[in-house]
Write a new protein. Structure first.
Length: 76
């Protein structure tokens, strides 16, 4: 057996055997998470509002119809 396969089997077996973690999550962790994620989300929303026309124009350009270089559109 290769080393990588042995390692994957070992990790899989360890994931199946779950022991109690005896971990403690501080009640203020949710507040800290909100204080760090909320400004990022609100800043992203602000950027979207400010640049909405550019964003929609870019998306329309990606999915819009492509024009032919040939002005007649017919084969000779």
């Amino acid at each position: 057996m290769s080393f990588v396969l042995s390692l994957l089997i070992y990790i899989f077996i360890n994931c199946l055997i779950i022991n109690s973690a005896y971990a403690y999550i501080d009640p203020n962790t949710g507040g800290f998470f909100f204080q760090t994620v909320a400004p990022f989300v609100y800043g992203l929303l602000g950027v979207i509002v400010v640049f909405w026309r550019r964003i929609t124009g870019f998306v329309k350009g990606l999915f819009g119809k492509k024009k032919l270089d040939d002005s007649s559109g017919k084969d000779a």
